[in-house]
Design a binder for this molecule. Structure first.
Ligand code: NAD
Length: 492
């Protein structure tokens, strides 16, 4: 067994997979192996759930004062901050994203831990004025054991979005990162250990979705499952969760509209259209992957958009000046390139990009040129399906009403944006958008304080903010009789 094996963390101990299996972890920038991780399975997931259950009930975590939970989370944030450059590099190494994006992620992660550390000690209950002599209050309690499963596009930040609110609310957790990007999660659990979370409160299981993930989703002793990932996987999780009717939160995919009116600030709208579509190589659930441009602006806008897209510097995430990194894996790159072929076959016009980049600094890595399709019909797969890569599809609209109808013509409802200098129009359009996260004259800003999640098939529930905290609580009403005497309901 390799000395530097990335291990799982179960009941306060670092452990190999029960099966002894391992997985090679790849650097998307070069295709080279950078680590070996334990490949857990059902047995490991079961052991982690047992540890989390025992820590919650017998270990005394349930009932740990909020101030102590806050202290541990603040400590974790401080430890992370002291190693933030190292974490950013690890994130880039494993996921491929440019270092400047990884640095944002690490800062957001630290802020997320601090936000929930602070929230843990704030008032959460309610009281009601009911008829005398009764008193009714509502308290929030932890749900119990939470299974948490995340994707590979924001390995560290998604971990924080899951772990911080769950722990702040007093739950124990079994956490599973994506099998191809475990590195920053393993390091983060080292920090949680150092911060002093008691054994069994935080458990990390590495491995595939079909084994570890499915076990967590189906497990009778997991009280809640929180999942971020693809919509089809979300459906499987939901089905698996029916056995014990566990609580579920799902953060799923999107095909998000970015609407640009002719009266928008031209250069700002162009640059945000690029940022919306190509940040993190387009591997963002909230990516503005459908650009809707007002017809009268179209020619000028597209010319500038293509010019600037072709100038984007694609390269290794650690290289100076890189603006877009590789895709996360060869399999994912092939899936995205497959969509480029689908778009061409469907009759859309590929205006630029769409090819794999090879040779020189690209050798061995999973790079592609950012692509733009025009002449897109609403029925095309490239317009309807989430591509999750740097492929932008462009459509035109004639007026406000048509823009709204086109924007909402999707099974998804995660995010959307509008660019216009007319404030009232911006409000009208955003209010009509069937999506949970919206922006006016900007794209992508995300705040720990504000709820994140989607309408329609983009998910169930919300993360972040007080909404995200409440998703990790049960609500209990406590009714107290302040004048205790026999009821007098029965005659004898
Ligand atoms: P994915 O659904 O394939 O995998 C996500 C996670 O689920 C991984 O950890 C994987 O191992 C696990 N998994 C896979 N099959 C499983 C199963 N049957 N049971 C339990 N767990 C299983 O998604 P991905 O390809 O890693 O990530 C891309 C997707 O994630 C995109 O669709 C994207 O939109 C979505 N996403 C959504 C948000 C959001 O907040 N809404 C954020 C990031 C990513």
């Amino acid at each position: 067994m390799a000395e530097n094996l990335l291990k799982m963390f179960i009941h306060g101990e670092w452990t190999e997979a029960a099966s002894g299996e391992t997985r090679n972890i790849v650097n998307p920038a070069s295709g080279q192996f950078i680590a070996v991780a334990a490949e857990g399975g059902e047995e490991d997931a079961n052991r982690a759930v047992a540890a989390a259950k025992s820590a919650f009930y017998q270990g005394g975590w349930w009932g740990t004062p909020a101030a102590e939970r806050a202290r541990l989370l603040f400590k974790a944030a401080d430890l992370l901050e002291s190693r933030k450059e190292e974490f950013a590099r690890l994130e880039t190494l494993n996921n491929g994203k440019p270092l400047r994006e990884a640095e944002f992620d690490v800062n957001d992660t630290i802020a997320c831990f601090r936000y929930y550390a602070g929230l843990a000690t704030k008032p959460h209950g309610q009281s009601y004025e009911v008829s005398d002599p009764m008193q009714a209050v509502v308290v929030r309690e932890p749900i119990g054991v939470c299974g948490q499963i995340i994707p590979w596009n924001y390995p560290l930040l998604m971990a924080a979005w899951k772990l911080a609110p769950a722990l702040a609310a007093g739950n124990t957790v079994v956490f599973k990162p994506a099998e191809i990007t475990p590195i920053s999660a393993v390091e983060l659990f080292g920090i949680l250990e150092e911060a002093g979370f008691p054994p069994g409160v935080v458990n990390l299981v590495l491995g595939a979705g079909a084994s570890v993930g499915q076990t967590l989703a189906a497990h009778d002793d997991v009280d809640k499952i929180a999942f971020t990932g693809g919509t089809d996987t979300g459906r499987k999780i939901m089905q698996a969760a029916t056995g014990n009717l566990k609580k579920i939160s799902l953060e799923l995919g999107g095909k998000n509209p970015n609407i640009v009116f002719a009266d928008a600030d031209f250069e700002a709208a162009v640059e945000y259209a690029l940022f919306a579509a190509y940040a993190n190589s387009g591997q963002v659930c909230a990516a503005g992957s459908r650009l809707l441009v007002e017809e009268s602006l179209y020619d000028r806008f597209i010319a500038r958009l293509v010019e600037r897209t072709m100038a984007i510097k694609v390269g290794p995430g650690l290289a100076d000046g890189t603006e877009m990194g590789p895709l996360v894996s060869e399999a994912h790159l092939n899936k995205v390139l497959g969509y480029v072929e689908i778009g061409k076959a469907e009759g859309a016009t590929l205006l630029c990009g769409g090819s794999r980049l090879t040779g020189g600094e690209y050798e061995g890595g999973f790079y592609m040129e950012p692509a733009i399709f025009t002449d897109c019909e609403p029925s095309m797969r490239i317009v309807r399906e989430e591509i999750f890569g740097p492929v932008l599809v462009v459509q035109t609209f004639k007026n406000e009403e048509e823009a709204i109808a086109m924007a909402n013509d999707t099974i998804y409802g995660l995010a959307g944006a509008v660019f216009t200098s007319n404030g009232a129009k911006a409000q009208r359009v955003i209010r009509k958008l069937r999506a949970g996260i919206t922006w006016i004259n900007t794209y992508h800003p995300t705040y720990n304080e504000a709820p994140w999640g989607g309408y329609k098939q983009s998910g169930i529930g919300r993360e972040l903010g007080t909404f995200g905290f409440e998703e990790y609580t049960e609500v209990k009403q406590i009714n107290t009789n302040l004048a205790v005497e026999p009821l007098g309901w029965y005659s004898s």
